[in-house]
Design a protein around this ligand. Structure first.
Ligand code: HEM
Length: 593
């Protein structure tokens, strides 16, 4: 009896286990089927979208086309795709997210300028945005709804107070004097020409922002900040390795920061640049306050003073104030100095335009003074030369961060879904031989209507170097003004030629394609020979430098902070940031370091 009972119990248990096993395996199978189904639906939707969008390579589920990206300079690859598909716009899927690359000036103008109202938004960016300065910074913030747009407008407005068109005329003296110092530095130490250009660009924005001149190229504000900006520019190019791979798999960004794929990303609260600039700004305000009224009257009011006063009106958080000051360096120093390094390369590779510009300058100006902006109407070739510097190898080679339409749009019969990434391929636009015949040739003559290389180009300028629509570079006027005076002065003062091998006397060639890989590109280091054009010019450079140093004296000053030691000491941790709450209101919240 007992054994029968036991057998019954065992049979019952077996049955229960069998049922449990069956339901577990059913759940697993069901889960897999649901996942495959969801994937299939998602993929079908991707393919459906693809059928309506501009052409491009066939995407795979989940990963899209990410793994077809080249290791370097994807803008050249996108230009090739545009030719392959015979289409000015191509679609490339970064994971499940379609990016539309515009490879043609007229389309870029139609879409990003004429439809700026819907295309000025910025999409969600995991790496540069959320893992960077997030909603605190004008250059990283997401702009997808009215509230975000309002905040973005405030930042832009404040940036304009600092470097907008109305303000930049007031910065002429600084740029003029600092560029006289470039000429002096080129005389003294021509081999270090890149460092002199970096010092110039950093000093100009430092005077504007903080009222402090950067006198030496060894100042850490140059060595550290430019290095950081170059790293950021290198890391934020579409790519198939980390950290950019997080753009394909955004879920990875939710993991703790010690995971290996976060290496090199901006570890907010520890090494991020934001609070550093706030502390520099506070220091600058103290230093300014300590100056005698007569001294204050003889200098520009530092932008941070205006910014901190204005910021109160808009309830700006500390990281926001900080990033607005940091933007001057982040957006202005590396870009401006890289453009001037490109100018030096162009002179070495293409000596004829340099000689032609110098002949014009000699006719109009002579050796006893250097050029000034007032000379510009009499220097048409120099003006064309500067345009060609901006066109030939534009520093912001993909036009900065992606744009994103606020609503679905149709262009030329192609569907462009709301929220997709839209990126202007400045390389392809400026390299299209329909607009710029023989595009790799540095040839300023192409901008004269009677030249056989002249072609129409959309918009007021002959280049698209500074972005588009409402997102156009806030510092454009400042950058154009500074580039003009520096290029004109260096053309006036120096012969810039290929270096010669000291043993053989042979010219050392330069490579016009050897540029860095970041989204702000500059020439790879190259040797060149820089020498004053005459003894009279040399004397003028020395005399003008003495006057410039004297005028700039009022901006001499020191900072006690260095970015590297600042964060090691954890002097100030980032503890707050602006977020939009569930009711759509902006509020400042505490964040973990
Ligand atoms: C040759 C020099 C420069 C070039 C080629 C350049 C290029 C650009 C481009 C293409 C953008 C658009 C980015 C985007 O849409 O995401 C941009 C944005 C910006 N630039 Fe410049 N820039 C230069 C110099 C400067 C200077 C000197 C400053 C300020 C001192 C500056 C401040 C900014 C700021 C604040 C933004 C962000 C605007 C926004 O997102 O609304 N830039 N720049």
């Amino acid at each position: 009896m007992l054994s029968e009972k036991l057998l019954d119990i065992f049979a019952l248990l077996n049955l229960q286990a069998a049922l449990r096993d069956a339901s577990l395996s059913n759940i697993v199978v069901g889960f897999i089927l649901a996942a495959v189904g969801a994937l299939a639906v998602d993929y079908a939707y991707m393919l459906y979208l693809r059928s309506k969008m501009p052409p491009g390579p066939f995407p795979l589920p989940i990963v899209g086309n990410t793994f077809s990206l080249p290791a370097n300079k994807p803008w050249i690859y996108f230009e090739k795709l545009s030719k392959k598909y015979k289409a000015p716009l191509i679609t490339f899927w970064i994971g499940r997210n379609p990016t539309i690359w515009i490879n043609d000036a007229w389309c870029a103008y139609e879409i990003l300028e004429k439809k700026a109202q819907i295309y000025s938004s910025r999409p969600r960016m995991v790496v540069f945005g959320e893992l960077g300065s997030g909603q605190s910074s004008l250059v990283t913030m997401r702009v997808r709804n009215q509230l975000e747009r309002d905040r973005w407008r405030i930042h832009r407005k404040l940036m304009h107070i600092g470097v907008g068109i109305q303000s930049v005329r007031g910065y002429r003296d600084i740029q003029n004097n600092e560029s006289k110092i470039i000429a002096y530095d080129f005389l003294r130490e021509p081999k270090e020409y890149v460092k002199h250009l970096e010092r110039y660009a950093t000093s100009v924005v430092s005077i504007i922002g903080f009222g402090r001149r950067v006198a030496s190229y060894n100042d850490p504000i140059i060595t550290e900040v430019i290095a950081l900006m170059q790293l950021a520019a290198d890391l934020n190019v579409p790519g198939k390795s980390f950290p950019m791979l997080m753009e394909t798999f955004p879920i990875l960004a939710k993991f703790p920061r010690f995971m290996p794929w976060f290496r090199h990303t901006n570890a907010r609260g520890q090494q991020g640049g934001n609070y550093f600039f706030h502390t520099l700004a506070e220091e600058a305000l103290d230093q300014y306050a300590q100056k005698a009224p007569s001294e204050q009257a003889s200098m520009l009011t530092p932008y941070v003073k205006t910014l901190f006063e204005e910021g109160k009106k808009y309830n700006l958080s500390v990281p926001e104030l900080s990033s607005l000051t940091g933007n001057l360096f982040g957006a202005g120093a590396d870009t401006s100095s890289s453009t001037l390094a490109t100018f030096v390369l162009a002179c070495c590779a293409f000596p004829e335009p340099m000689k032609k510009a110098q002949a014009e300058i000699d006719r109009v100006i002579g050796p006893n003074r250097s050029p000034h902006w007032d000379d510009s109407p009499n220097l048409p070739y120099v003006n064309a030369f500067v345009k060609e510097v901006f066109r030939w190898r534009s520093v912001a080679i993909i036009g900065g961060q992606p744009h994103s339409p606020m609503q679905d749009d149709v262009y030329n019969g192609w569907f462009i879904p709301a929220g997709s990434w839209v990126q202007g391929n400045v390389w392809a636009i400026h390299h299209n031989d329909r607009e710029f015949p023989d595009p790799d040739r540095f040839y300023p003559d192409r901008f004269f209507k009677d030249n056989d290389h002249y072609r129409p180009f959309p918009g007021e300028r002959s280049y698209m170097t500074f972005g588009w629509g409402r997102r156009v570079c806030s510092g454009q006027a400042l950058a154009e003004q500074g580039t003009w005076i520096s290029v004109a002065r260096l053309l006036w003062g120096f012969n810039i030629r290929k270096a010669r091998d000291p043993q053989t006397g042979q010219e050392i060639d330069v490579d016009i394609f050897a540029f860095t890989n970041g989204l702000n590109m500059r020439p790879q280091p190259f040797q060149c020979d820089i020498s004053p054009r005459s003894e009279e010019i040399r004397e003028t450079i020395l005399r003008e430098a003495e006057q410039a140093l004297n005028d700039l004296k009022v901006y001499e000053g020191e900072t006690k902070y260095k970015m590297s030691t600042f964060y090691q000491q954890q002097r100030k941790r980032i503890t707050e940031e602006p977020v939009i709450d569930e009711h759509g209101n902006i509020k400042i919240v505490k964040i973990k370091g």
